[in-house]
Design a protein around this ligand. Structure first.
Ligand SMILES: [Zn+2]
Length: 52
């Protein structure tokens, strides 16, 4: 875990644990490898917090 990664989390750019993502309905959901937040993919490589 790095400070830079957490800074990205703070501005809403999360990174999933790749082995722990799954489809939920029409979107990929997972858990952020840096801050542990529940996240979902809104675009390729673009993950946001929350499952809504
Ligand atoms: Zn995060």
């Amino acid at each position: 875990m790095s400070i830079l990664s957490l800074a990205n989390c703070l501005i809403g750019h999360h990174k999933p644990i790749r082995s722990n993502v799954h489809w939920k309905g029409k979107r990929l959901v997972g858990e952020c490898r840096h801050c542990g937040a529940a996240i979902h993919r809104v675009d390729h490589g673009d993950w946001r917090a929350g499952h809504a």
